[in-house]
Design a protein around this ligand. Structure first.
Ligand SMILES: NC(=O)c1ccc[n+]([C@@H]2O[C@H](COP(=O)([O-])OP(=O)(O)OC[C@H]3O[C@@H](n4cnc5c(N)ncnc54)[C@H](OP(=O)(O)O)[C@@H]3O)[C@@H](O)[C@H]2O)c1
Length: 334
């Protein structure tokens, strides 16, 4: 079976994203085929495209680099009893290759999507929402009374982090690059917003917290913010580094830099918190519950045709986006 898909044959800029016909075949034992309705575009896709994250090593031309979509089961392989043709499912992990009209995945990674959540919303919140769950509920447990600093607060993960942290009872300070993004971050529950392209965020956090600092920083910006984030923490505070949109953090990190305030540093990844089906469904379940109860307002701010994935990547890299980005297969554009 042939489908249209985005492939890369070399590492590089958005221009290496190529719109092609690829053969995907039929599902084998334990696999299902999904007709994708909405595909999540994530900053991590850029890390794979550019080679910042490499999978597999060494890079093999034509290898996929995308990992999130929602669609309808179009075929089931031998031995699959948990899903049937017509079921609506999502996935947000390996195997890579979700920038495609159809994809074959192991049934074990498919997540049933509640009927109340539409395709685009689900593809906007599955990977990013489960990441927020890991960050706020597992890596550091945010509670009432905590003060939390969220960088890139108007981004896909950032928007969800702010809303969820506020709902957990935290005081949320967000950083953003523009006034427009600041307005969104305020709507998403930030009591204080810092435009870190204009103001020194370390100075502002000290002012806002009367010099005490914050309990936890969620930092996916990396190079530009890492040291400043450590400076914003109170003694025994926790630095959660979960991405690097501005470039790699200073690696190796000087452990001696943590000692003066007994800081804790973590670098969590979603995949290590969803290692089995129970953990995966627990994470997705908390996200869906929060979406359906209104705790999380999912911002589907940008929709592109799948064939326009390069434009989506360019806009994401150029910091022109906020909230989530969804790619819709060209054949599904109705
Ligand atoms: N650890 C995990 O398991 C995991 C899982 C999912 C995502 N992530 C990470 O979470 C982060 C957010 O992902 P997302 O898909 O939701 O993306 P996003 O936050 O919507 O987009 C990235 C944002 O980073 C900010 N940024 C700061 N400096 C930048 C620079 N030099 N170049 C580009 N952007 C810059 C921009 O916000 P401003 O314009 O406001 O600065 C930009 O909008 C990424 O770093 C991603 O790798 C980690």
């Amino acid at each position: 079976m042939w489908v249209k898909a985005i492939r890369i044959h070399e590492l590089g800029g958005p221009e290496v994203l190529s719109w092609e016909e690829v053969e995907i075949g039929d599902p084998n034992e334990g696999e299902i085929r999904i007709k994708n309705k909405a595909i999540g575009a994530n900053y991590v896709d850029i890390y794979y495209r550019t080679g910042l994250h490499r999978t597999p090593l060494p890079f093999i031309p034509g290898t996929d680099f995308s990992k999130e979509a929602v669609g309808v089961v179009s075929a089931v392989g031998p031995g699959v009893t948990s899903f049937k043709v017509g079921d609506v499912v999502g996935y947000a992990d390996d195997p890579m290759g979700s920038y495609a009209e159809e994809q074959i995945i192991p049934a074990s990674v498919a997540i049933p999507i509640p009927p109340a959540i539409d395709y685009k919303t689900a593809a906007s919140v599955l990977l990013k929402g489960m990441t927020a769950y890991v960050l706020l509920r597992q890596a550091f447990k945010v509670n009432r009374g905590h003060t939390v600093l969220v960088h890139s607060a108007a981004g896909g993960v950032g928007s969800l982090l702010c809303q969820w942290a506020k709902a957990l009872g935290a005081t949320v300070i967000g950083t953003v690059s523009t006034e427009e993004k600041a307005a969104q971050a305020t709507q998403d529950g930030c009591q204080h917003v810092i435009v870190y392209t204009k103001e020194d965020f370390v100075t502002r956090v000290a002012e806002i917290t009367s010099g005490e600092g914050v309990h936890v920083v969620y930092d996916a910006v990396g190079k530009d913010t890492f040291q400043g984030s450590l400076a914003c923490l109170m003694p025994r505070g926790c630095m959660i580094s979960y991405g690097q949109s501005s470039g790699n953090r200073p690696d190796p990190v000087q452990l001696s830099g943590l000692a003066p305030k007994s800081l804790i540093l973590g670098r969590p990844g979603l995949m290590h918190y969803t290692t089995n089906r129970d953990e995966l469904l627990q994470a997705a379940g908390e996200v869906f519950t929060n979406v359906m109860s209104g705790v999380l307002q999912v911002r589907v701010n940008h929709v592109y045709l799948l064939s326009e994935a390069a434009r989506a990547h360019k806009d994401l890299e150029d910091r022109r986006t906020s909230g989530s980005i969804v790619l819709v297969p060209d054949s599904q554009r109705l």
